[in-house]
Write a protein that binds this ligand. Structure first.
Ligand code: ACO
Length: 333
């Protein structure tokens, strides 16, 4: 799916909030649980540490503070929101949806609320859905949350996955805006590659023999990721008739610094325009892009007027890009 934003409709992000768990887990700590080392993890992934949720912490415990901060920055209250989409593969539970729990907690009594599953690409899918609901006139103010607590579905004896991931969430408010925000979206999925990154016992297929931990073919996912990060971005830029030279900020999914470096080189984005925080958070799945946006706002690179290219990729296998003119001034709380 690829399209430019409607000509006469200006939809943008008017609030941003993020939340990560307090607990920092370093590579050295991980090497106490599995046969790995700080040196290997840094060299192969660029990750130095990640945040890991407490045993009692679930997705909504991260999503809620992020949502509250996004609402505050937009100058809104929960009751003003009429749609909540939570992109995640680790909801508090299969049902009720985490979106419904968030709606209740923030007092969004008039809101439709549902969760969306698109692996690490979830936040990009949810942004596009939110845009579509606003463009179609069904929603006036949408709260989009991307977040995961992947630490709960990792096999903590499997060094091939446990070193890569972390927990975190981010939230944005989408509203009609005086200036154009979103310029276009490109989204895709390839179910044939789904077996390379999956949670086989999590649904109705293998109900009697639950395998409840993530399984991953790292090399296949690596090849897929390096390909789609570049392809999706190039397709969307061409569709929107925008040159990569005009992009002020490139915000790729934070999976592995080698994947990001590859995409950056191929696309020709100067390094000062690339947001990287995988070193501090690992791969937070659907939380990754909003966390990166918040960091770029904090370091002053995400300013009103900046042309921002975001691309996610992950389980499904899925990928997705959004191109937008950032219209929000200031730093998230
Ligand atoms: N510590 C130490 N050694 C390790 C570890 C580890 N954590 N993991 C693997 N190794 C070993 C392997 O056993 C192998 O040893 P061998 O040569 O004796 O066989 C060696 O290191 C090299 O392994 P490779 O798999 O070839 O390492 P590679 O350079 O491909 O890096 C990695 C592995 C980091 C997983 C990489 O393939 C990758 O990043 N893939 C993409 C993963 C990803 O991004 N997944 C998330 C997608 S988004 C989502 O939806 C969740």
């Amino acid at each position: 799916m690829i399209a430019t934003a409607k000509q006469n409709l200006e939809v943008s992000i008017t609030g941003l909030g993020v939340k990560v768990p307090d607990r920092v887990v370093t590579n050295d700590e991980l090497s106490q649980y599995v046969d790995t080392s700080d040196e290997w993890i840094i060299e192969r992934t660029g990750i130095r540490e990640r945040r890991i949720a407490a045993p009692e912490e679930a997705l909504s415990d991260l999503a809620l503070p992020a949502a509250r901060d996004a609402l505050a920055q937009a100058g809104l209250e929960g009751k003003d929101i009429d749609l909540i989409i939570v992109a995640t593969v680790t909801p508090d539970m299969a049902f009720p949806s985490t979106a419904a729990l968030v709606a209740d907690a923030i007092g969004a009594t008039e809101a439709a609320a549902y969760d969306l599953s698109a692996g690490c690409t979830g936040f990009m899918y949810a942004l596009a859905q939110g845009y579509g609901m606003l463009a179609g006139g069904l929603s006036q103010r949408t709260l989009v949350i991307g977040g995961d607590v992947l630490s709960k579905i990792l096999d903590w004896t499997d060094r091939s996955t446990v070193v890569l991931f972390g927990d975190g969430a981010g939230a944005v408010i989408l509203e009609a805006a005086p200036e154009k925000g979103f310029l276009g979206f490109e989204l895709g999925a390839d179910g044939a590659g789904g077996v390379h990154l999956w949670l086989p016992g999590s649904g109705s297929r293998r109900f009697d023999e639950p395998e409840k931990y993530v399984k991953m073919n790292g090399r296949e996912v690596f090849k897929f990721a390096t390909r789609v990060l570049v392809q999706s971005a190039e397709d969307l830029l061409a569709k929107c008739q925008v040159s990569i030279d005009d992009v002020d900020l490139y915000v790729p999914h934070q999976a592995n610094v080698r994947i990001i470096d590859h995409a950056t080189r191929k696309l020709g984005v100067p390094s000062e325009r690339v947001v990287i925080n995988v070193d501090r958070y690992g791969n937070t799945s659907s939380g990754s892009i909003p966390l990166a946006l918040a960091d770029a706002a904090a370091d002053g690179r995400l300013r009103a007027g900046a042309l921002v290219l975001m691309t996610g990729m992950g389980a499904g296998l899925t990928w997705g890009s959004a191109l937008m003119r950032w219209t929000l001034a200031g730093v998230p709380q």
